[in-house]
Design a protein around this ligand. Structure first.
Ligand code: URA
Length: 209
């Protein structure tokens, strides 16, 4: 798929393996997630535009470059997306944040919305939706639907793991949204979990199981 970028940087792959390992405890899990988020943020922002600025170094004036394109919004999908947010803000502290509260109904696996709060000017911004697991794709598609309804027109999606089914769903519903992922796994189980995966990202992040 042309619009899927697998970030195979050795540091990302190494940290992802530690995340997948069931013996990694909650504290290590959240730290690793934040670190990978920073590395994924570096990749998803690789083509941001730069413009010239005049500055003075301690030694002389110079023409330097600064980010000049659209301002960024990070849009974590609650709750597991929060595990990726801080690592991305570490790199782009000026980004705004849109919170999207969606959970998967455990029976139907359909995304149910319970919260949405975004900056007013989404149409002027590059919106990067984040959720560690692109599994059935239902949640991601619903989140992008909501962001578009609120005016977002330039969107990207960052996750840790994607399933082929989730990628197909995104391709079908939102072909304009490029996806950055650390890996594409094999399949979903009957509960909509990615295999081999890393388990329930929210539970592992917050120690709730
Ligand atoms: N959400 C998770 O946390 N893990 C999966 O494998 C799929 C969805």
């Amino acid at each position: 798929m042309d619009n899927v970028i697998t970030v195979d940087h050795p540091l990302v792959q190494h940290k992802l393996t530690l995340l997948r390992d069931k013996t990694t405890p909650t504290m290590g899990f959240s730290k690793l997630m934040r670190e990978i988020a920073t590395l994924l943020c570096y990749e998803v922002t690789r083509d941001l535009s730069l413009g010239p600025v005049h500055i003075e170094t301690p030694l002389m004036p110079m023409q330097a470059r600064k980010l000049s394109g659209k301002k960024l919004v990070f849009a974590p999908i609650l709750r597991a997306g929060m595990g990726l947010l801080q690592g991305m803000l570490d790199l782009v502290p000026s980004a705004r944040v849109a919170h999207i509260g969606l959970y998967r109904d455990p029976e139907s696996l359909v995304a149910v919305e319970y919260y949405f709060k975004a900056p007013a000017d989404l149409s002027d911004r590059l919106v990067i939706a984040v959720d560690p697991m692109l599994a059935t794709g239902n949640t991601a598609v619903a989140a992008i639907d909501r962001l578009k309804e609120h005016g977002a027109s330039e969107l990207r999606f960052v996750c840790l793991l994607a399933s082929p089914h989730g990628l197909n769903q995104m391709q079908t519903h939102h072909p304009d949204v490029r996806i950055w992922t650390a890996a594409i796994d094999d399949v979903l189980n009957e509960h909509g979990y990615i295999l081999p995966g890393l388990g329930d990202a929210g539970d592992r992040l917050y120690g709730t199981r």
